[in-house]
Design a protein around this ligand. Structure first.
Ligand code: ATP
Ligand code: MG
Length: 422
């Protein structure tokens, strides 16, 4: 259609044909997270830009070039949230939720990054974020990985996702490593792309996160952070690996995995799938023990760990794997020719609370109503015409199976529907 105002580039409407898949995932997430004692938190889409500058780091793609920022009338710079962790930390600090207590939280919602739109990369996308505050690990890190593995199982995609893990150690350990990296990349300065040259002094570890294909060989041969970890960090990391093996969760150690954001410490990980092509990471996270004090000041220091899962990429993966279940928004469609039927429909809804019932509205022959009933995806049609009204009966017809239609009284109709719709 030649509409002259269209949706913003890189953003998408989620249409009714697809919404069932979103509901399917949301239900799975809620049951999974409830099973591990996580509670939902909902926060605004807009935050002060400074929050992200401080938390994510100035020299990152997100803060340098991807944030949607606007100036409020009062002069404040506000940004649409590009991710949820910094905001979640702000919210728990501001509301006293991690003062002398731990918290297990989740949120699901849109995030905004002005990236180059591609398959699996949008400018408005959705994340399920999970954060645990007040646990120094590694037990909680292991549990989060087990929980994610359970999700893949629930969704029948365990065989197409692989786990990569790494450790970023402590801040002090990273400082020493960082120096080694600068030396290494400085020796190969000519081979660095423009972004990496800029990052060489400001944020050299981010070079390891480069998606630039010409950089990959150089990155592969870079010094490994794992050689710079102290005893405690190594033990923390090894415990995670040990338990993953015990639970038969295969994993690969990838020393180049540094994550796109600045605030990670110790264990970091990504769940990837080859079925996703270039945008292969579906879920990513790790420990970020320094973020709470970075946002709230030294007195607020709280060990923290979590992950974010990209819903659009998960849906792509489920589509590729043909693991999306059929969803339907209508169970029963009433074909009729009288206003009285509305009252019958209300009575049915009273008796069968979970029913998805459409009572035809507007004009239309029975033939055209049946076409609509069929298109709606409904399993059954209830016919309530003149004959039925005078006999106080209902005709029930399967729209999908070749079974005989039945004539039922109201009580029997309700019994049938209660059994058929769960
Ligand atoms: P990538 O390396 O793919 O750019 P990232 O490291 O920037 O990802 P995070 O900030 O850790 O990603 O976000 C967690 C997850 O959110 C990603 O693994 C991915 O599934 C999803 N995600 C991130 N950016 C986008 C985007 N622009 N469009 C769709 N999904 C995204
Ligand atoms: Mg990114």
């Amino acid at each position: 259609m030649g509409l002259d105002i269209q949706v913003v580039k890189g953003m998408k409407d989620i249409l009714p044909a697809d919404i069932g898949y979103w509901h399917y995932l949301e239900d799975k997430f809620k049951s999974l997270l409830g099973g591990y004692g996580y509670n939902e938190i909902r926060s605004p889409l807009l935050e002060k830009s400074d929050l992200f500058k401080r938390a994510i780091g100035q020299v990152t793609d997100i803060v340098e070039k991807e944030m949607y920022t606007l100036e409020d009338k009062g002069g404040d710079l506000l940004s649409l949230r590009p991710e949820g962790t910094a905001q979640c930390v702000r919210a728990v600090l501001e509301n006293g939720l991690i003062h002398n207590q731990s918290q297990k939280l989740w949120y699901l919602g849109p995030m905004f990054r002005r990236e180059r739109p591609q398959k699996g990369r949008l400018r408005q996308f959705h994340q399920l974020g999970v954060e645990a505050f007040g646990f120094s690990g590694p037990d909680i890190d292991i549990e989060l990985l087990l929980m994610t593995a359970r999700l893949w199982k629930m969704l029948n995609i365990s065989d197409v996702v692989t786990l990569e893990i790494n450790s970023l150690g402590t801040y002090e350990e990273r400082l020493v490593y960082r120096q080694k990296l600068v030396e290494y990349f400085s020796d190969h300065k000519d081979a660095l792309d423009e972004d990496s040259q800029r990052r060489l002094t400001a944020n050299p570890m981010r070079i390891l996160d480069s998606k630039e294909s010409s950089m990959q060989a150089l990155i592969k041969d870079a010094p490994s952070i794992l050689e710079f970890l102290g005893e405690q960090s190594t033990a923390h990391f090894e415990t995670i690996g040990h338990h993953l093996s015990q639970h038969s969760i295969p994993f690969v150690i990838n020393p180049c995995l540094v994550r796109g954001l600045d605030y990670y410490t110790h264990a970091v990980y990504e769940w990837k799938s080859e079925l996703l092509g270039a945008q292969s990471t579906v879920c990513a996270g790790g420990r970020y023990d320094d973020l709470v004090s970075l946002i709230g000041g030294q007195k607020t220091s709280t060990p923290s760990t979590g992950f974010a899962l990209g819903i659009e990429r998960l849906l792509l993966l489920l589509q590729e794997k043909a693991a999306l279940p059929a969803t339907k928004s209508v169970d029963v469609f009433i074909v009729h020719d009288s206003l009285e039927t509305l009252a019958i429909a209300e009575k049915i809804r009273d008796e069968v609370p979970h029913i998805k019932l459409v009572c035809h509205c507007g004009e239309g022959s029975f033939k055209s109503q049946f076409k609509k009933a069929d298109k709606s995806g409904a399993e059954w049609a209830i016919i309530y015409g003149e004959d039925e009204r005078s006999n106080k009966r209902f005709t029930l017809k399967s729209l999908r199976a070749h079974t005989e239609q039945q004539s039922l009284g109201f009580e029997d109709l309700i019994i049938f529907l209660k059994n058929a719709i769960r």
